[in-house]
Design a protein around this ligand. Structure first.
Ligand code: NAP
Length: 541
């Protein structure tokens, strides 16, 4: 088989891979993108279930690198839906003529580093072999759905769907008895939409989610023109702040919630939600780690839930019993209200666990339910799922899987010692999904682009982080998360949802702005925390 030689091989054609392609192509490199799906979009290609949308405001959940693009694409809603996000990604692809460098329906199986040639050899399931100087993973943090492994799953006679791999054809719920398993962010979005159409919807809930009511509305030209005028300021705030957003930052009090009377604190939280912002956590400085503070915020949310959900038994079942900020909470658009519908039933599968899927439906310990359709919104193998699907071998043929057996070890979430010139966009150890993912991606892509430029101008053929620096970073990522609830919840942030996955808190909690400063300082001081091998530069045209 003839090897295809390129300068840079980018895996994935979502937000990350597309921008990486553009940057490196503009630098004059010969870049090839490989994408498993049939088209661009990444997570937005696969997650096309009804109700799918991003809970970061659309005018912020988009690239900032092109002023023209920012002002050309008209976002239709405050939180635009998946079809519009996908349209935006396709629009960007056409605008910058990216498609010609992307090969679709191509699954990468192996990536092997050759220390003699200082090149990566990358193989695909389809039998192709690529040779590349730079191997860049833009495979996303939430791209590999957790495959449900219920006993008897293949015996079900009805329709079965995974939200994370939703089919392209229209799925009809009309006249059907539908079950949804999973009440995380995906479940919270799909449940109201199915409820509107199905004859009956049964939600099989193991762990309730905190769902904070959000405000969505169509955007008119006046709104957009105002954003365009303020974009520079909004983006500056986003990139220098903690969460990668510039519009919805709550003006925090900088105080403990306990310094306020219960009435005052509840009023402030109610007003924040009323203004259309769900980040209550930013209002007070102790709700991320103080159980008493968390209790107050929880009581506020329980009270709100009791006002929305009419049946007290259902309302009680919907109340989470863990700290608000120990998991990702969801933006609810009609979510809680859905449980007031006559055609919706909430079933507690924590106390009456699912035992198996039968030809007719779902059997719990105590009951058998009959369904025409089962929808699993059961989550993802987050942050490392896509990387671990590829057999990656670095120096001395060490498999990344072995190196990461006790949890991912990466420097800045960007590179891993022993794997020269391999970059991970929003990899474990970076702020990635704890901030607006598009801002996290832009920062990583721009850093990688600068790093490659540095390598080229300094005749560096191989660059990798020093082991001691990587160890320090991994420890730092763990240490700064340690005081907070988020590092202890049983969430996908820690691999808590995947049986056998090591429990390690993976994202960097220090905030996008602070993290960017660290990355920029490393670049400005000549990448001293990296080992470099100088050799004749290999370029492939
Ligand atoms: P998730 O948060 O991991 O939720 C998975 C749900 O499935 C949980 O309720 C889980 O219950 C349940 N589940 C899993 N296995 C089960 C089993 N065997 N029996 C019963 N229930 C089971 O996954 P997700 O909802 O797809 O969200 C993942 C992440 O994607 C989010 O945190 C977010 O970052 C992102 N996302 C964002 C948006 C948005 O922007 N609004 C939308 C969708 C997704 P347990 O908790 O008991 O395990």
């Amino acid at each position: 088989m003839k090897k295809i030689s390129v300068d840079a091989l980018v895996i994935g054609a979502g937000f990350a891979g597309l921008y990486m392609l553009l940057k490196l192509r503009d630098r004059g490199l010969n870049v090839q993108v490989l994408e498993a799906a049939g088209d661009v979009g990444g997570t937005w290609y696969w997650n096309r279930y009804p109700g799918a949308r991003c809970d970061v405001i659309s005018v912020e959940y988009c690239y900032s690198f092109s002023k023209e693009l920012q002002e050309e694409f008209k976002w239709p809603e405050r939180y635009s839906g998946q079809p519009d996000i996908l349209k935006y990604i396709q629009y960007t692809t056409e605008k910058f003529d990216l498609r010609k460098n992307i090969q679709f329906n191509t699954k990468v199986t192996d990536a092997i580093y050759n220390e003699d040639t200082q090149l990566w050899q990358v193989k695909t399931e389809e039998g192709q072999v690529f040779e590349t100087t730079y191997f860049i993973m833009g495979t996303g943090c939430l791209s590999v759905p957790k495959e449900p492994d219920f006993k008897g799953i293949d015996s079900f006679n009805g329709e079965f769907y995974l939200t994370g791999k939703w089919p392209h054809n229209e799925v009809s719920f009309e006249g059907k008895r539908v079950a949804v398993i999973g009440t995380g962010s995906s479940g919270v979005q799909v449940i109201p939409e199915i409820a509107k159409k199905a004859t009956h919807l049964t939600v099989l809930q193991r762990t309730p989610s905190y769902s904070i009511p959000g405000k969505n509305f169509p955007l008119d030209d006046t709104y957009l023109q105002d954003i365009y005028k303020r974009y520079d300021e909004i983006r500056h705030k986003a990139k220098t702040g903690t969460r990668g957003v510039g519009l919805t930052n709550v003006q925090g009090t900088g105080k403990s919630i306990k310094e306020f009377s219960r009435e005052e604190a509840f009023k402030m939280m109610a007003e924040t939600i009323e203004k259309g912002t769900s980040t209550l956590s930013s209002l007070f400085n102790d709700v991320k780690n103080d159980p008493e503070a968390d209790q107050i915020i929880r009581e506020f949310l329980y009270e709100m839930l009791d006002k929305i959900v009419k049946d007290p038994q259902t309302a009680n079942l919907l109340k989470p019993n863990y700290p608000l900020l120990s998991k990702r909470y969801s933006l609810g658009l009609e979510y809680l209200e859905t449980y007031n519908r006559d055609n919706v039933t909430l079933v507690d599968v924590l106390n009456d666990p699912i035992e198996e899927i039968t030809p007719k439906g779902v059997k719990t310990k105590n009951t058998e339910y009959e369904f025409d359709m089962i929808v699993c919104a059961t989550g993802f193998d987050g942050m490392t799922g896509a990387i671990s699907k590829i057999n990656i071998e670095g120096k001395n043929a060490v498999k990344l899987k072995s190196k990461w057996a006790a949890g991912p070890r990466a420097y800045l979430g960007l590179m891993s010692n022993g794997y020269p010139n391999m970059f991970t966009i929003t990899g474990p150890g970076s702020p990635s999904i704890l901030a607006n993912a598009v801002m996290s991606i832009e920062q990583h892509v721009e850093w990688i682009d600068q790093c490659i430029q540095h390598m080229q101008t300094n005749n560096i053929a191989a660059l990798e982080p020093k082991l001691e620096e990587e160890n320090k970073w991994v420890q730092h990522v763990t240490d700064i998360a340690e005081p907070f609830f988020i590092s202890k919840g049983n969430s996908w942030y820690l691999g808590g949802n995947i049986p056998g996955k090591p429990r390690v808190f993976m994202p960097y909690i220090g905030g996008l702005g602070a993290y960017t400063d660290i990355c920029n300082t490393i670049a400005a001081t000549g990448y001293q925390t990296f080992s470099k091998k100088t050799a004749l530069m290999q370029t492939h045209k």
